[in-house]
Design a protein around this ligand. Structure first.
Ligand code: ZN
Length: 148
């Protein structure tokens, strides 16, 4: 049995090494950019939305392994979801990494490995960056967002 810390490290290494959906969508319906000046992470999220469902999602960016792995996992988690479901997932993820719901990782699937980030408070913003950027894209926020 892997403990959550091993799983956390493995998942981050895996997604950092071979990120999912790391590409630009030329005809994206929504694009938003975010940055985490504390660490130097940058993420841009691209969305295709049809009838309020995310039919395609991708990201580009640079930064630490946690920020990029989190962006990769975020794209696989919200693909095919409605914007309301994606918002809900954002809220749960946010609460989990902030440690507001200790042990409550229900419904988060693979995202639950990011509960390990609680052990590294300085990294919470790295993990959240892609999600804040996703929400900005969903809300059609046009100015760049910052975790600060
Ligand atoms: Zn970072």
């Amino acid at each position: 049995m892997l403990d959550v810390r091993d799983l956390y490290q493995q998942t981050i290494l895996d997604h950092n090494r071979s990120p999912r959906n790391r590409r630009e969508i030329d005809d994206a319906d929504r694009v938003a950019s975010g940055n985490n000046p504390l660490c130097g992470d940058k993420v841009t999220v691209y969305l295709k939305i049809k009838d309020d469902v995310i039919t395609d999602v991708s990201f580009s960016g640079s930064g630490c392994a946690i920020s990029q792995a989190s962006a990769s996992l975020m794209t696989t988690s919200v693909m095919g979801k409605s914007s309301a479901e994606a918002e809900q997932l954002f809220a749960r993820f946010h609460a989990m990494v902030a440690g507001e719901h200790q042990g409550d990782c229900e419904g988060l699937g693979k995202l639950a490995v990011f509960s390990g980030v609680r052990q590294f408070p300085a990294r919470v913003k790295c993990a959240n960056l892609a999600w804040h950027t996703l929400r900005a894209a969903l809300e059609a926020e046009t100015k760049p967002i910052s975790t600060e």
